[in-house]
Design a binder for this molecule. Sequence first.
Ligand code: GTP
Length: 338
Amino acid sequence: MKALILAGGEGTRLLPLTLTTPKPLLPIANKPHLSHILDVLSRHMIDEAVLLTGFGAENFDGFSPPSGMSLGFAREPEPLGTAGPVKMVEDSLEDTFLVFNGDVLSGVDLSAMIAQHRSSGAVATLYLTPVPDATAFGLVPLDASGRVERFVEKPSPEEAVGGGLINAGTYVLEPSVLKRMPAGRRWSFERELFPTLLDEGQPVFGYTDDGYWIDIGTPERYLQAHWDVMEGRVPGVAVTPARGLRMSAQAIGPRVSAGNQCSVAAGARITSSVLLSGVLVAQEARIERSIIGNDVEIEVGAVLTDCIVGDRVRVGAGNQLRGARVAPGLTIPAGGVT
Ligand code: GTP
């Protein structure tokens, strides 16, 4: 079975990191998120994947899949949303296929999901996960047989109360669902294709799995995904040890992930943060609840709280930044910018 992975979004909520690294290539515990997705596929004997790229497509050049897996690429000429890129490769889809959002980390049992898809006779089966508060998501209520009743996008607080099942961004689909979609246009699974299938009375089912699931697409959830891997809550996913780390043990507080070639001086202090690779942190610097891009230099005494710092930034000595998003390549000179 072929798996299509959506990887062409702008990733605006993770700016400025996504200006230089598309979201599926951002590391989770020192390994590109895309590799975690491919590992899930491998575990379920799915050995053919196609990456549907758009924004930042060139960044995927040179990415190598795990051994035994074939990885193809299809690049859209302009952003086509979530369903549009799938329509673009329709000619290559002859049989039941999978679609993955490129920003979901989960331990979903794909084999069980595919088995349910086949036994129910569905044209589309959506992986659904229960959440305690569905306000930020779309609710997907099911009937007693597991069939999707409707889609409630951005539910009101009354509808969201008590939580419910949300679309977890992984689908098993029959090629026939693409037939009535327009080609070459932006089109969404969540807002257009699935509601249309329901209107037509087609069998759309939910596959409910209450195992680990997270969408890594916001800074809070990107950090949380790290803590979940580090603290053993993500089945089948472990921390990849970083190479060339030089860090003083006293400088590293709880919940810190650092990539290859990071260096943290004694007397610095880092808590609840993720450093990508090649980050240099000088003495007396403090970093809290922040994500620091590749090859960033944080000079003596700089303090960063709730920041997202793009690649190759230099934060000069003594700066105090709170809630800042710093564009790649910027140098903030020494001395007191707040
Ligand atoms: P935000 O801008 O922060 O909302 O992120 P995003 O652009 O990634 O959007 P979203 O999180 O809704 O996307 C879900 C998945 O679909 C991600 O894996 C995206 O890479 C992918 N995606 C979103 N829009 C497009 C698109 O226009 N083309 C392609 N190929 N993939 C897309």
